[in-house]
Design a protein around this ligand. Structure first.
Ligand code: B12
Length: 397
């Protein structure tokens, strides 16, 4: 395991040095799917495709993208693995084929039934789309407690620990079966939370803000104090159904009124990354996997908790569900949209959020690939409109 963000030359050097049978790569963000394609082209270019079969996995990839689109490009074998277990089965098959074991074959390639839509480039806006959806424009506009940004540091774990989505942790991160939750999941979680507290591993911090804004067509325009334009976001509009666009949840410019949008960046700080790196270097994989998984879910928990604080500050928390699972089903007023998700897919827009919030004040930097460092950080646009909810738009509608 070479770790994250490895250039293809480092991957190939290690593969040659260790005489690897197969190269595996993992992609969490859509951007990494583009890099994988370039890496495969590089292997072609260096004449290494027949030497190194490739297994690809990760949240941003689909089986069809790998086994159809990438397979067409790559001059060697490339397969998709849904999880580590499929990865092991593939390794068995690939190595058996390589060694010429009689009867050994690779699993068949999965072919897409419907035509592919590009996931990296937004679909052009068709001319016949309506300028707006039917989203109400007469909902009350809350008054924020302040305009501009605020930095909050030293947030204690006990404040947001109860917002941890245990299902996502146990199932999604730790890969635990239901039957192991009582004997493994809960005790290990208690142990890690204790250790995080005792060793002071988290430096949870938030920068958030309220900005005056209006909408115009598909654009959300952030205003200056004097009412002039400060910056604007352009969001995709659904090409059918309700023709929703994120901009519709804000007062249109023509109304003459001004709306309010919340922005936030939350982070778990740098120390936790150093700790997980130590565990990794010491070959303590189980501990590494558990602590890393917990830390990323705690970033999500802090974002959820902060969103609730923002609803309270805006005076729209009256409808908040009493139970946490209702929170996870977003049964409250408004919605928290993270850039990169379907309603606002453009990761480049993270630079605008960074400019408005200046998250470097809590130690968070935006990389050239528009990723936040430390990894356990997430940003969001907070919308108060009662009709706001998650939806697909643009190429993925
Ligand atoms: C948890 C999570 C987070 C956490 C932690 C992320 C992290 N670094 O681990 C937090 C809250 C920090 C986060 C933040 C963000 N996230 Co996020 N996140 C997720 C979520 C819900 C789960 C990812 C995860 O950790 N899964 C658990 C791991 C273990 O699974 P996995 O990576 O898929 O790997 C498994 C398999 O795929 C396979 N596998 C993977 N690789 C390989 C390789 C080989 C060789 C093999 C054999 C197998 C294999 O085996 C693994 C075990 O089964 C996904 C959605 C989803 N359901 O997948 C979105 C998702 C990855 N996030 C997304 C986005 C957009 C973001 C943000 C950009 C949002 C924002 N604006 O803040 C940020 C980016 C953070 C940053 N630092 O810049 C998008 C990415 C799409 C895109 N546009 O690029 C996703 C896909 C959600 C979506 N549906 O749109 N996120």
């Amino acid at each position: 395991n070479l770790g994250i963000k490895q250039p293809v030359s480092a991957i190939l050097e290690a593969a040659e040095e260790h005489r690897a049978d197969v190269i595996g790569m993992s992609g969490l963000l859509v951007k990494s799917t583009v890099i994988m394609k370039e890496n495969l082209e590089e292997l072609n270019g260096r004449g290494l495709a027949s030497k190194f079969p490739v297994i690809l996995g990760g949240a941003a990839l689909t089986r069809a993208y790998v086994e159809q689109d990438l397979h067409e490009i790559y001059q060697g074998e490339v397969r998709y693995a849904r999880d580590a277990f499929e990865g092991l089965r593939l390794m068995d098959a690939l190595v058996a084929v390589k060694r010429g074991v009689p009867g050994a074959v690779l699993p068949e390639l999965k072919q897409r039934r419907v035509k592919a839509v590009s996931v990296t480039e937004p679909a052009p806006r068709p001319a016949e789309l309506p300028a707006r959806s039917d989203v109400a424009v007469d909902n009350p506009v809350p008054i924020p407690p302040f305009w501009g940004t605020r930095v909050v540091k030293g947030i204690q774990l006990k404040e947001y620990a109860s917002w941890l989505d245990e299902n996502a942790l146990f199932k999604g991160q730790w890969g635990l079966k239901r039957s192991l939750l009582e004997t493994e999941g809960h005790p290990r979680l208690r142990m890690w939370l204790d250790r995080i507290r005792t060793d002071n591993l988290l430096e949870a911090a938030v920068v958030h803000g309220y900005f005056p804004c209006v909408s115009k067509g598909d654009d959300l325009i952030i205003l200056n104090e004097d009412g002039g334009e400060r910056t604007r976001f352009t969001f995709p509009r659904q090409s059918r159904g309700r023709y929703l666009c994120l901009a519709d949840f804000f007062r249109p410019e023509e109304s003459g009124e001004t709306d309010v949008v919340g922005l936030q960046v939350v982070t778990m700080g740098n120390r936790i990354g150093e700790e997980t790196a130590k565990l990794f270097a010491a070959d303590s994989y189980r501990d590494y996997l558990e602590l890393h998984g917990l830390s990323v879910q705690l970033a999500e928990a802090l974002a959820e908790y902060w969103h609730a604080r923002v609803r309270a500050e805006l005076g729209i928390a009256a409808d908040d569900p009493k139970q946490l699972d209702g929170m996870f089903r977003t049964e409250y007023q408004g919605c928290r949209y993270s850039l990169g998700y379907p309603a606002c897919p453009n990761l480049e827009d993270r630079a605008k959020i960074a400019e408005l919030l200046r998250p470097e004040r809590i130690g968070v930097q935006l990389s050239e690939e528009f990723q936040l460092h430390p990894e356990q950080s997430t940003d969001a646009i907070v919308v108060h409109h009662p009709e706001a909810g998650y939806f697909n738009a643009g190429g993925r509608a």
